[in-house]
Ligand binder design. Structure first.
Ligand SMILES: N[C@@H](CCC[C@H](N)C(=O)O)C(=O)O
Length: 279
């Protein structure tokens, strides 16, 4: 099976392009083995790229544990760069069909190379029932959650996939691996959740670290960065446009006032092309 290793700010993926309908059951079953960092290729997930009837291309994201997620901002930027440079004939504006719908994409280029990708990540979903989260009311802003004898204040946002955003004093030093797994699987979130630990520095700047549902600690999460700025706006911590600092670089997030959609801009990179020889 041919694949291309790519990453978006260190959130890394095996991209598999197939001109026919993908066998998701097989790819989900293979994902833990392919994504294993010792005995496989090593990746946070698999991004599957295939023809779409309603957009220029379709993509689905499979987490490294084999679960299929609704959304993945970093994989979408990788898919967009791949599509722009290898399949589209250098089209700088096109659409990608994901599980959440048809998402417009814009490519910034230099000599035929995609340097930045901007994606319409759609409107955030705030109603707890649709995140999904077991909580009454129409929003989950600055709620308390208790786990293993510790309480956290969180704001929940779905970008198609669920996110719990927790403001902490120093996100860079926060023990993500200790608290991430217990919060990911908290029974309040029936489909589990991604967890972002964030420090709001100013209305325009945030530092974020993430524990991803189905993948563990990753270096970046595009949908999580979108959720972080939405949570920042809802709690009065950020402006609608802010830079999210991640361990390997920055994402620019803009929760547009006119259409209510969240726009994400950032880089994507090729690493290598390979052939998976396992079964
Ligand atoms: N890394 C992603 C999100 C990938 C899916 C996530 N782990 C989930 O299960 O929702 C991103 O960049 O958005």
């Amino acid at each position: 099976m041919n694949f291309t290793k790519m990453h978006g700010l260190g959130n890394d993926f095996m991209l598999i392009y197939t001109p026919t309908t993908p066998d998701f059951t097989r790819l989900s079953a293979l994902a833990p083995q392919m994504c294993d960092r010792h005995t496989g290729v090593g990746a946070d997930g698999i991004a599957v790229l295939y023809p779409s009837a309603v957009a220029d291309i379709a993509m689905r994201i499979i987490n490294s544990d084999g679960s299929i997620a609704e959304q993945c901002g970093n994989a979408m930027r990788c898919v967009a760069k791949y599509f722009y440079e290898r399949l589209s004939g250098l089209k700088t504006h096109f659409t990608i069909e994901s599980k959440i719908g048809v998402q417009p994409v814009w490519i910034e280029t230099e000599a035929g190379v995609a340097t930045k990708v901007r994606i319409d990540m759609g409107p955030p979903i705030l109603e707890p029932a649709r995140i999904p989260l077991y909580l009454e009311g129409d929003r989950a802003v600055e709620q308390t959650i208790s786990v293993a004898g510790q309480s956290f204040t969180y704001t929940a946002v779905s970008m198609g996939n669920p996110h719990m955003v927790i403001a902490v004093r120093d996100a860079a030093a926060f023990p993500v691996n200790e608290w991430g797994p217990v919060l990911e699987t908290h029974p309040l979130f029936p489909n589990k959740t991604n967890v972002e630990f964030v420090t709001y520095h100013s209305p325009e700047e945030v530092t974020m670290r993430v524990w991803e549902r189905g993948a563990g600690p990753t270096l970046a999460c595009g949908s999580g960065a979108c959720a972080t700025v939405v949570a920042g706006v809802l709690t009065g911590q950020t402006a609608r446009k802010a830079v999210v600092h991640l361990p390997a670089g920055d994402l620019l997030i803009d929760w547009n006032e006119q259409d209510g959609h969240v726009y994400m801009t950032g880089p994507a990179a090729f690493v290598y092309d390979g052939v998976w020889l396992g079964k």
